[in-house]
Design a protein around this ligand. Sequence first.
Ligand SMILES: Cc1ncc(COP(=O)(O)O)c(C=O)c1O
Length: 416
Amino acid sequence: MHVFNPYEIRGDFPLLSRGIVYLDNAATSQKPRQVIEAVARFYESRYANIHRGVHRLSMEASEAYEGAHEVVAGFIGARSWREVIFVRNATEAINLVAYSWGLSNLGRGDEIVVSVMEHHSNLLPWHSVARRAGARLRIVGLRGDYTLDYEELERAVTERTKLVAITQVSNVLGTVVDVRRVARLAHSVGALCLVDGAQSVPHMPVNVRELECDFLAFSGHKMLGPSGIGVLWGREDVLEEMEPFLYGGDMVREVRYAGGALEPSWNELPWKFEAGTPNIAGGVGLAEAVRYLQRLGMESVRLHELELTRYALKRLSELEGLELYGPPPELRGGVVPFNVRGLDPHTVAALLDQRGIAVRSGFHCAQPLHEYLGLREGTVRASFYVYNVKEDVDALAEALGGILTLLMKEAVAGRK
Ligand SMILES: Cc1ncc(COP(=O)(O)O)c(C=O)c1O
């Protein structure tokens, strides 16, 4: 397997020239100039509103925007580009399913099954919709090695289950979930399966047909694309049955006005779910980001991050006073959460920032997981992407080593 040269591609990312060691990729990724230029080129030469004019520019813009759906469909193995709905982000994608599908299909006594490691975006929409529908949210835990407890999941999924909503990769622990196993389990009781792909689609090959899921949600900004553009993929027959989420222009085929009443009929997929003027340039930028990732090859992206994660776990485990969490590298994405004993996560992140290293600290929008693990103050998280190199890990390990030495000296001075 040919893995790309991360040192070579670093030159594509203008922001890296600031010299910051960027290890906050699970929050968002940096952008290559190919994406930045594609967006600028679109505004400079082809920009107009889509689907609203017969003039040349509008048709060119519509073509570019529709073409972006096709590029994304190819990337995730969708059967048709009509199954690809552009939204703002993964959060909006999950809310779309919760409100459109959930409110029409859930009732009293029904159950939605999630895991305890979900991001708030894959917990709160279900919590809210379950409350409104009189349904119940069941939360499945982890095993001792931070992997999903599949036996508990099997017990939780019953004939009352209507949906299983699960992350493919945890944004805190990096835990990779066997989503196909979960989808098959959901289908065995007639339930649907929604996959939160926010941390998987940017980092590994993801094919919706192989996953056998019914929905997949992800964000463009975590995969080299612009912010403000995300994707909901859904099985065409399921999407056809669903009510629109937002109402307004473009999602409607026609609105008849007869006898003082409105009679709307909905547009075809995916436009039924893309009300109003969308993030047109964002779609164009996302397509360029996908092309960039395809050139690298998603197998290679995964291997590169696996190598970095292995190296990071090795280096960080050599540091006394550091607590590491998460499964072995083969079972996790490029995410390394930790704590420095005796310091709260935000202080550690601030000290690392002083040394030019960007990491995230706190609950990472997954507070229930931290409470479940007894990590009341949260964690510090280093997360990798295609442009990270071993030297970034070295910088992190050395900076942490320095912080730990300082702590020890202070402790000794305190005792005197
Ligand atoms: C696993 C997971 N799901 C959902 C989200 C939400 O993504 P966004 O903020 O782009 O909607 C994130 C973002 O961190 C995430 O890591």
